[in-house]
Design a protein around this ligand. Sequence first.
Ligand SMILES: [Zn+2]
Length: 411
Amino acid sequence: MQLRYNYRVYPTSGQRASLARAFGCARVVFNDGLRARQAARENNLPYVSDGELSKQVITEAKKTPERAWLGEVSSVVLQQALADLNVAYRNFFASISGKRKGRRVAPPRFRSRKDNRQAIRFTRNSRFAVLDDGRLRLPKVGDVEVRWSRSLPSEPSSVTIVKDAAGRYFASFVVTTTEDETLPPVESEVGIDLGLTHFAVLSDGTKVAAPKFLRRAARKLRRLQKSLARKAKGSHNRTKAVVKVAKAHARVADSRRDWQHKLSTRIVRDNQAVYVEDLCVVGLGRTRLAKSVYDAGWAQFMQMLEYKAALYGRTFGRVDRFFPSTRMCSDCGRINDKIVLNVRTWDCPCGSHHDRDVNAAINILAAGRAGRLNDRGVHVRPASVPAARDEAVIHPDAACSTRSVEGISVL
Ligand SMILES: [Zn+2]
């Protein structure tokens, strides 16, 4: 299976300039390609094929004075930008034709220099290389310093260089692991409920709260955001505040990711099967606020559970929550009256006393097991974690995860 390994990189000022140029060229090629397809459509011409588009906006464009500078960056970077566009189109077509499940995927959009995340991708045939001295050689950029927080398990097939809103640079390698990392089987299986009062509630009764340092960081971030909102548009102070917010945001995201890695590894290691409710479905039934609070954090956490389950030979399943798991008694199956949000425990006429969230988690576990047996109500996905999916312009999960929710997307 394919996994992604991320490292912080520290380009010199010269390398930063080269990277800025490469980001710009990739963006231009992407936008030119999008414009060409849009124009063809408006003129009732057939869809411009991938090969034709590449010829038009890369090969031929380089010969014109307006686009001659495209030659200054690695051509692989330009081809990969078009590959992103092609994937975005395919996702869009699959979505409108109904081949693709889930909410509608939007058509590709133009990229902007103001986008929070700038990225370019080098594949193996661009001849990027990890040098003996630990630096990363990028064609037409140079040998960039990398902080190797852990070692790469094998030869990477591609590397994406990302610049985030806080101005930091990262190298994200795609590595195919061939090693068998399957863990010895265990008895227990677990259902996980999205708690509002807790980050996660497990069917065995464990309640996992978001750690204090994260909540504190979240409060600080909110304060910074409020202060940013008060700054006048276009002012110098606003620019400074934007950087401050971006930096705080990056710090929160980093510590949240670390914490989620530890938690997801533990859950997958301790259980043979992990069932969670499908976020897309949950979103429908809950308030906007509730959704935004846990969405960003949860989408990432579920991805971790999913790929780790695949990696370690465990079962992972998303349970469609069309049944009222919160108010269904996990002992007798009776569906009780609606329970208001602040009621944490309730009693079923059958005599069972339930903790609201633990009861829901038990129901999710039961639905997950039942779904695996009779293939209903749950899609238990075997190991399929396409590592490259972050790269596509439109994330397959973009429809159900509000990744762009700023502000309270912290827990
Ligand atoms: Zn009952």
